[in-house]
Design a binder for this molecule. Structure first.
Ligand code: SAM
Length: 247
């Protein structure tokens, strides 16, 4: 009898082999899969409309989802799963977020083309590319150097020239380019980093998951009013990798 651990190793090896020997999809297939993915996201938005307080997302956000080639942002082993509506591993214990979550977080930022946006947690660079489809300038910080390096060259290769990347601890934001019209944090903190609130423009929006790794995290929407007051709304329970760093 094959031991469970051995069965798992055998299964993973076979999965990897199938992924390596079967041809990948053509560009047209990926475009079609992206459209199907957006339909799945639209259905999920309807199903979670009580949390979101709306039944549909901004059409511009959905258009950006139809455009950004998610398969370019996932390791080749997972490429054929790149348009399933779920997070996928990107190495170093990190993930590319679920497309539904990327769409919802982007929508909550209420972006306009002239906006300047800060992202904490570049990861694969996918969320940054989504933002770059919608606004003038994106700044993104990643704490894991190899991920930051890979994302930087991937984004350049795909022609995203309005994204500036940096290796560092995003807990402290990016003072030189502040203030930002919008900030998106793609890893869960135990609290909202004070520097990020400071670096948000009056009238600006920030989305951030808050909570610990082993308990329910909440996606928060933070709005800074024109007179610098901070309004916090709890959107929905979520699961994110932790915001790391020395803080
Ligand atoms: N936005 C990413 C994408 O589109 O692929 C997904 C990000 S993944 C869910 C969270 C990322 O946050 C990881 O790459 C992780 O290394 C990064 N991270 C965690 N703590 C950080 C910190 N203090 N500063 C910057 N990046 C951080």
């Amino acid at each position: 009898m094959i031991h469970f651990k051995h069965k798992a190793v055998l299964f993973i090896t076979l999965y990897m082999l199938v992924g390596l020997i079967t041809p990948l999809f053509a560009d047209d297939d990926y475009t079609r899969l992206r459209h199907i993915l957006v339909e799945a996201i639209e259905a999920d938005v309807k199903a979670t409309s009580l949390h979101l307080d709306k039944k549909t997302l901004d059409p511009q956000v959905l258009n950006a989802m139809r455009k950004v080639p998610r398969h370019e942002f996932v390791p080749s082993l997972y490429r054929r799963s790149s348009y399933t509506n779920r997070p996928l591993p990107i190495g170093y214990g990190q993930t590319i977020s679920q497309p539904y979550m990327v769409a919802v977080m982007t929508d909550l930022l209420k972006l306009k083309p002239n906006h300047q946006v800060l992202e904490i947690g570049t990861g694969s660079g996918y969320q940054a590319a989504m933002l770059a489809e919608l606004v003038n300038q994106v700044f993104t910080i990643e704490i894991i150097k190899p991920l930051a390096d890979e994302a930087k060259s991937r984004l350049a290769r795909l022609g995203y020239d309005n994204i500036e990347t940096r290796i560092g601890d995003g807990y402290y934001g990016w003072e030189e380019h502040a203030p930002f019209d919008a900030i998106v944090v793609t890893a869960a903190g135990s609290h909202v980093p004070p520097a990020l609130i400071k670096q948000l423009k009056p009238g600006g929006h920030m989305v951030i998951p808050v909570g610990s790794q082993f308990m329910v995290q909440q996606l928060l929407l933070i709005e800074k009013t024109a007179d610098n007051k901070v309004k916090v709304s709890q959107i929905m329970p979520v699961t994110f990798v932790p915001l790391t760093g020395k803080h």
